[in-house]
Design a protein around this ligand. Structure first.
Ligand code: SAH
Ligand code: SF4
Length: 349
């Protein structure tokens, strides 16, 4: 079996080279090439032909091929459908902000978590992505636009904490100073709330931003829309969040998709305000994207405003997330569903 060389740390490449009877210092040259996004060993021009040949025989470089690309006519946001060597596809979104480019990448093909409002959850789960496949999404976008990505959010398809080891490996590789060198402070990880993994992450004391997809103020609503809540309930989740803040000194952002008539009442806002007491938190309200077959509609504007006011009265800041690319903002999972023929077209606004 060939080795996935772009998922390897420089030290591991070095050990492999030494094992092949090669000189270890070549590892740093190879590592640099891989993280510049070369697609084949032949592009490594300062590596001898013999060594390149050995690498071809033992390793592969994973790439992300552009299957589809949608560009927002409003703000230039680009949504990609990428395919990997085995034909599996994932989505990724490139957004341009005044401070640079942010990429939202996928961590799994599909997702096991089955949240009722989510297009990815509806397609089920195929497999985890490797660290190199996460890097490959960024590299393909950089190359396609001739840009550098400065911020990364793990908010595409999949649950990052359900693919913990590969995601941690990715984080270390992407923040490596000889690689893309994106600092942890420029990376956000979004989770539906896999509690033991939040503790594990907190103990690593990484400086990344944790986003928690809360979407409900109580177990009754949350267990209905997010099955993960039946395993780890809200109190357990918020306890883990408190631990995370205390251990890392980082503020948590809570994602809250506003669904008309489901989780957007005054009562919900009050309950949420009570629950979040004592956590250094920011709440991002997202008008839910309508996914075919769910019957969910986004909350009205004045409802969202009222929700924000009630939270503010309780000392919690909440904002409505600025939606970039709203004309292509089939939320993650929708483009893939379309391409798989699961749905024809979904109303995404
Ligand atoms: N699995 C992780 C990260 C990927 S989902 C998580 O759940 O956090 C990225 C974000 O999109 C999450 O906050 C998720 O709850 C949200 N999301 C999923 N479907 C959505 C929809 N139809 N409308 C609005 N937000 C949605
Ligand atoms: Fe998975 Fe996140 Fe979608 Fe839930 S919201 S199904 S955890 S991708």
């Amino acid at each position: 079996m060939l080795t996935d060389i772009k998922s390897m740390y420089e030290e591991e490449i070095k050990d492999m080279l030494i094992g092949m009877g090669e000189q270890g210092y070549r590892a740093s040259q190879i590592f640099k090439w891989l993280h510049e996004g070369v697609k084949s060993f032949d592009e490594m021009t300062n590596i001898s032909k013999e060594l390149r040949q050995k690498l071809v025989e033992n390793c592969y470089i994973s790439n992300a091929a552009i299957e589809k690309k949608l560009i927002s006519s409003y703000d230039g946001t680009e949504k990609y459908l990428f395919s990997f060597a085995d034909g599996e596809t994932v989505e990724s979104v490139l957004m341009k902000y005044h401070h640079g480019y942010t990429s939202c990448i996928s961590t799994q093909v599909g997702c096991k978590m089955g949240c009722s409002f989510c297009a990815t959850g509806k397609s089920g789960f195929s497999r985890n992505l490797t660290a190199s496949e996460m890097l490959a999404q960024l590299q393909a976008e950089q190359k396609d636009n001739n840009i550098r990505i400065s911020n990364i959010v793990l908010m595409g398809m999949g649950e990052p904490l359900d693919n913990f080891d590969n995601v941690m490996r990715f984080l270390r590789l992407v923040s490596n100073e000889h690689g893309m060198n994106v600092g942890m402070r420029h990376i956000s990880l979004s989770t539906c709330g896999i509690v033991p993994r939040i503790y594990e992450l907190a103990d690593m004391k990484l400086q990344l931003t944790l986003s928690v997809s809360l979407h409900a103020p109580n177990d009754q609503i949350r267990s209905r829309t997010m099955p993960v809540n039946r395993k780890y309930n809200i109190n357990q989740l918020l306890e883990a969040c408190r631990y995370y803040c205390k251990n890392t000194g980082r503020r948590i952002s809570f994602e809250y998709a506003m669904i008309d008539g489901i989780n957007d009442s005054d009562g919900c806002a009050k309950e949420l305000g009570e629950k979040l007491k004592g956590i250094i938190a920011h709440v991002n309200l997202i008008p839910v994207n309508t996914v075919g077959g769910t019957g969910y509609k986004k909350s009205k504007r004045d409802r969202m405003k009222r929700f924000i006011d009630i939270l503010a009265e309780r000392g919690i800041t909440a904002t409505v997330r600025r939606t970039l690319g709203s004309d292509i903002n089939a939320s993650c999972g929708q483009l893939r569903r379309q391409s798989l023929g699961e749905v024809k077209e979904e109303n995404s606004t």
